[in-house]
Design a protein around this ligand. Structure first.
Ligand SMILES: Nc1ncnc2c1ncn2[C@@H]1O[C@H](COP(=O)(O)OP(=O)(O)OP(=O)(O)O)[C@@H](O)[C@H]1O
Ligand SMILES: [Mg+2]
Length: 144
């Protein structure tokens, strides 16, 4: 029934919890599991005199890709018995997550309820909220 699972990981604690949940599900269902980390590009400087300035430094992106790979590889290594595919993409997180889910034909998308900006007044972050609305498949939002 669930043969392919995609878990979206941004390196935050809630996303690592979501990845663990996805690994447990993959163990039980014997589904193929993919971890996806999206690096946001172009990066817009949010504050200061250059506010709104768009930067697309290639060097910065390459460094970010290596760091993102290290984060998801580290989680995947906890469960060597699982065949986990690690993916790092550059782009807009919601669009990229939904696009990869569609292209892989996954039956389940797993996200954390929150990410790095865990503001207690929000039930869900904006990425998980929009993924629930736009995903091409069922979405599991992991709350802890
Ligand atoms: N860049 C990303 N790559 C992969 N997954 C992501 C990314 N950003 C968010 N997610 C997924 O969405 C979940 C919720 O994160 P989200 O970004 O929505 O919350 P937040 O950072 O607390 O709030 P916001 O970004 O709206 O300020 C994460 O746990 C993760 O599963
Ligand atoms: Mg976020």
């Amino acid at each position: 029934m669930v043969r392919k699972i995609l878990a979206a990981v941004d390196g935050s604690k809630p996303s690592v919890d979501a990845a663990h949940f996805a690994m447990d599900l993959a163990t039980q269902t014997q589904a193929e599991l993919t971890f996806l980390f999206v690096i946001e590009t172009p990066q817009v400087i949010p504050v200061g005199p250059l506010s709104g300035y768009v930067t697309t430094s290639r060097a910065r992106s390459e460094e970010d890709v290596k760091q993102a790979e290290a984060i998801i590889e580290h989680i995947a290594k906890e469960r060597p018995e699982l065949k986990i595919v690690n993916r790092v993409e550059l782009g807009e997180p919601v669009d990229t997550i939904c696009e990869v889910a569609k292209n892989l034909g996954v039956e389940l998308l797993v996200v954390g309820a929150r990410g790095h900006n865990a503001a207690q007044r929000f039930l869900m972050g904006s990425v998980s909220d929009r993924v629930v609305h736009h995903a091409p498949c069922p979405v599991l939002v992991v709350r802890r």
